[in-house]
Design a protein around this ligand. Sequence first.
Ligand SMILES: NC(=O)C1=CN([C@@H]2O[C@H](COP(=O)(O)OP(=O)(O)OC[C@H]3O[C@@H](n4cnc5c(N)ncnc54)[C@H](O)[C@@H]3O)[C@@H](O)[C@H]2O)C=CC1
Ligand SMILES: N[C@@H](CC=O)C(=O)O
Ligand code: NA
Length: 427
Amino acid sequence: MAIKVGLVGTGTVGGGCIDILHNHACDFRRHLGIDVELVRVCSREPEQAAAHGVSDIFTEDWHDIVNDPDIDIVIELIGGTTVARELVLAALAAGKNVVTANKALMATYGKEVMDAAEAAGKELAFEASVGGGIPIIDPLKHSLIANEITSVMGIVNGTTNYMLTEMAERGTDYAEALADAQARGFAEADPTADVGGYDAAAKIAILASIAFNSRVTIEDVFTEGITHVSSIDLEAARDMGYSVKLLAIAHRTDEGIDVRVHPTMIPTSHQLATVNGVMNAIYVVGDAVGETMFFGPGAGAGPAASAVMGDVLEVARHLQQGVLPIVGCTCTDSLPIVPVDDLRTKYYIRFQVNDVPGVLAATAGIFSKHNVSVRSVIQRGKEEGGQVNLSYVTHTARESSVRAVIEEVSQLEAVLVGETSVIRVED
Ligand SMILES: NC(=O)C1=CN([C@@H]2O[C@H](COP(=O)(O)OP(=O)(O)OC[C@H]3O[C@@H](n4cnc5c(N)ncnc54)[C@H](O)[C@@H]3O)[C@@H](O)[C@H]2O)C=CC1
Ligand SMILES: N[C@@H](CC=O)C(=O)O
Ligand code: NA
């Protein structure tokens, strides 16, 4: 029996899936005994279908796929949360199994679509939504299920990791690094999702929900992107023995779930500091297994399509065997989200100031007033009396106290001339 597949979205990931099917359908038949047949593809760009040799089965209307009674599995690869949500719900209601790479959808409407899958008795698989080609959702739902997971953290956005690596290692400027990541197919259709940290926020929301058995949505994640990370900060980090990475962090604490995304300075000797370019890495800590790390390419046609097609074959195998062994929604608890104001960590804070007498004493006094202990301060600048960068690194401090410092320094209009840069530091 052939398992019939309909694919919506023929861009980077959709194109990668078509290529895998063309190259490996015979292998699936030979090794797995599974006959997967791509019977319909849909997108807004017929030229993409032509480029992948599937014009004969092309449609511009996704309803043609959802309403096709022969189709067993619908692959959603259009992105976004509006049409994609409608499409996924319609496909499940029409009795299709669904495979998606859409983290924005899963992190925003995860409960709704998971409930719809359960109500329909169909599978909804989304391995490609986090970590691209890295298997991470499946291990959390299966191989690590015997653990109580206490932490999930890492680098989960390929675009920003690629950009930060290019900026730090080659001195590439921000705009050029972003354009390069887009050209390589790493970035989202709207790259502000990448550079603003929202893509990583969606991914850590998905991972935290599964790992901690409690629904975390994208709105729950404190999110800062890399738009304010400058070459000055990357140089300062390097001089101090640190790398800057956009980390996605989720810890289960006594107070609830601490979940956040922000640029972070980590020592160059840290394992995550060696994860460069489009590579992603995710640490998972469980009470029985201890520390584990998952590493691999986090974006791009091949890696993402590898994860999508893995899901398709798994669902196809279930269909072929006539069983439904799916692990659906695992959110059985309802844990609170820990407010970011309560965070305690170290901070790098750079003020751009006029080099006037007393500026160092004035800013240092504000740190002391708010009980934020300073580990080091470096003044970098050009000529005397010009503009300089005052870079502070604190000892462990409370987020709310650090914000109070920044707020009060920002009132020093006579001295503050540029944007203040804040990067949390993990030792
Ligand atoms: N690019 C990557 O490396 C990865 C992307 N993803 C996710 O995969 C999904 C697809 O991403 P890409 O392939 O990069 O996007 P893309 O922008 O390259 O392709 C999107 C495709 O969807 C089609 N499309 C958009 N709206 C449509 C509609 N209303 N009806 C029919 N077709 C429509 C477009 O014509 C295009 O063919 C997104 O959810 C993204 O977050 C996940 C992992 C990695
Ligand atoms: N835009 C994303 C694509 C994969 O999810 C990224 O850069 O990681
Ligand atoms: Na994955």
